[in-house]
Design a protein around this ligand. Structure first.
Ligand SMILES: Cc1cc2nc3c(=O)[nH]c(=O)nc-3n(C[C@H](O)[C@H](O)[C@H](O)COP(=O)(O)OP(=O)(O)OC[C@H]3O[C@@H](n4cnc5c(N)ncnc54)[C@H](O)[C@@H]3O)c2cc1C
Ligand code: SF4
Length: 526
């Protein structure tokens, strides 16, 4: 039997990559199991038929870019690949408002306690803002709308994990030609190029301008000996003789090949849905971790994500799919409006991504409402109505965080179980309404027409990019799954280190807080 590792990390997103690097730097032998592939720019999905979709139920066949989960009233989008959500995220890296930590968090974690860790992540991921000479039309529209509404003081550039060159501008002869991307080697020894505003941030940056985990924390971990195994889906964890056995499936030539590894420590960092599902299966299905807290699955939050559209005249020239996908932020995280805490950001949408969504829905939607949704989408996909006149607003905020992830028996195959989400809008309606109203005001203040997403208009169903919770931090197994250092109650040396442990929403975009918590946790693991 092969030697045990000192630590196995499951998942390579914000929590996983940071833990892997820091534990490897302590001299531990670290193994990272990541269900997705290792992406290179040449492989990014670009056209119908490419690897767009990661299917949780059929990973051997579909192990692509995005994992979309459809629950009643809620759709969750998440990434799959070495680098996790940093591959597909819009690179916004913001600290949570200090007030966030005042309710629902253990006394050990405050904004000032986290601040040094936020700063470390900011340095390692080289956060920048869009230079003045490169402001997108979306940025200008959002800024003017904020000014017109008297909210100029709440408007700012969003800190981005993107590398910019001061020399680039929209006035260059062919600004999007790759020759304008300046090659450089970053502080972690990785080759990158500077941003040329291609607008594909959510689909993989062709010139490697995004400072994602794949060009900083992960190569650092590997430089210190961590072994990263892509296309490995972790299935269960079992304590055996003072160690943990991790059982996984390796995706190989369209089939799943079972395998097992052992380690003294296990860090579960498979994201809010992934970590919670893995632990639920270990407690209730395989019964390998029966003492896991009864709170497992609870305090799930969508971070009150709310997306709506603003439609403008041709003359406005929104050019929505060019430039960093998000570049600005309007901040009401202090609760000044309707006593609700939220932010609104300008959001682009790569035209290519709509193709992916349509391709997915084409294969999965059979209900009349679903067909209607497809027809609506097609309207935006037709060649004569390109998305250049449309801007998306992305809102995030403090919802009730009262969702619950559960294992449900499948109707047609009751001997198998699937991840379900019990979620209702009721206690989160006020913040969603406040965000929707603000987005409508911003649209009107910039001369646009507001349009709800068909999923909201027809079904009152939301889409979140910020799933959080499921394995909340608590003070004991009575009120949480892990302690303030991510250690699972009742299981020494078993940790959860990702968005699943957040006991409340972050209001602003969550990745920077998830990353700071992982840095703090790693500093305490021995
Ligand atoms: C389109 C989009 C845009 C976004 N933009 C922003 C933004 O601008 N700013 C921001 O702060 N946040 C953004 N987010 C959210 C952000 O990506 C997440 O909050 C963040 O990635 C969560 O980090 P994590 O460590 O919890 O999990 P993840 O980063 O999701 O990492 C989990 C990893 O675990 C892997 N995994 C899951 N299950 C298993 C298993 N069983 N075995 C092995 N591996 C497994 C997954 O493939 C994944 O790589 C965006 C998300 C999306 C979808
Ligand atoms: S705008 Fe384009 S070049 Fe810039 S970071 Fe996003 S994908 Fe890369």
């Amino acid at each position: 039997m092969a030697d045990a590792f000192d630590a196995i990390v499951i998942g390579s997103g914000f929590g996983g990559a940071i833990m892997a690097r820091r534990l490897a730097e302590q001299g531990m032998r670290v193994l990272v199991l990541e269900r997705g592939r290792r992406w290179e720019p040449a492989d990014y999905p670009r056209k119908p038929g490419d690897a767009w979709i990661f299917s949780d139920s059929r990973p051997a066949r579909h192990h692509g870019w995005l994992d979309m989960r459809f629950f009643r009233g809620m759709t969750v989008a998440q990434a799959a690949g070495v680098g996790g959500g940093s591959l597909c995220y819009s690179s916004v890296a913001v600290e949570a408002h200090p007030d966030v930590f005042q309710r629902g968090w253990p006394s050990e974690i405050t904004h000032s306690e986290l601040k040094p860790y936020y700063d470390t992540v900011a340095r390692e991921m080289d956060l920048q803002v869009v230079p003045d000479g490169q402001l997108t039309r979306r940025f200008e529209i959002a800024r003017d709308a904020a000014r017109n509404l008297g909210h100029a003081d709440r408007f700012s550039k969003a800190p981005l994990a993107v590398s910019f060159s001061p020399d680039w501008s929209y006035d260059l002869e062919d600004p999007f030609d790759h020759k304008h991307s300046r090659p450089f080697v970053n502080a972690h020894g990785q080759r990158q190029g500077t941003c040329i505003h291609l607008g594909n941030c959510d689909l993989g940056c062709d010139v490697r301008a995004k400072n994602g985990l794949d060009v900083n924390y992960i190569p650092r971990a590997e430089q210190r000996g961590a072994v990263v195994r892509p296309l490995h889906v972790a299935r269960s964890i079992e304590p055996v003789g003072g160690e943990y056995r991790v059982v996984f499936d390796r995706i190989e030539d369209g089939r799943l090949v079972p395998g097992v590894e052992r380690a003294t420590r296990v860090v579960v960092a498979a994201g809010s849905l992934g970590s919670t599902e893995l632990l639920l299966r270990c407690r209730d299905q395989y019964r390998t971790l029966p003492r896991l807290s009864r709170t497992l699955g609870s305090r799930w939050s969508a971070n009150a994500n709310f997306i709506s559209m603003a439609v403008y005249s041709r003359e406005t020239e929104v050019r929505q799919s060019t430039g960093p996908t998000i570049s600005a932020m309007l901040d009401f995280a202090d609760g000044a409006i309707r006593n609700q805490r939220f932010v609104v950001e300008d959001d682009g949408f790569p035209n290519l991504l709509l193709n992916a969504v349509k391709e997915y829905l084409d294969g999965h939607v059979r209900t009349p409402v679903g067909r209607h949704l497809l027809t609506e989408l097609e309207e935006y996909l037709r060649d004569d109505t390109p998305l250049r006149d449309l801007l998306l607003w992305l809102g995030a905020g403090q919802d009730a965080g009262d969702g619950r992830l559960v294992l449900k028996r499948r109707l047609l195959r009751p001997w198998t179980r699937t991840l379900g989400l019990d979620w209702t809008l009721d206690r989160s309606a006020a913040v969603i309404e406040a965000i929707e109203a603000m987005q409508q005001q911003l649209t009107e203040a910039s001369g646009g027409r507001s349009r709800a997403l068909p999923t909201w208009r027809l079904l009152k169903s939301l889409i979140t990019l910020h799933p959080l919770g499921g394995c909340p931090i608590g003070t004991s197994a009575d009120d949480g799954v892990v302690d303030h250092l991510g250690q699972v109650f009742g299981y020494p040396n078993l940790f959860v280190a990702d968005g699943a442990i957040l006991p409340t929403p972050t209001v602003r975009n969550p990745s920077h807080t998830i990353a700071a918590l992982a840095e703090r946790m790693a500093a305490h693991v021995r």
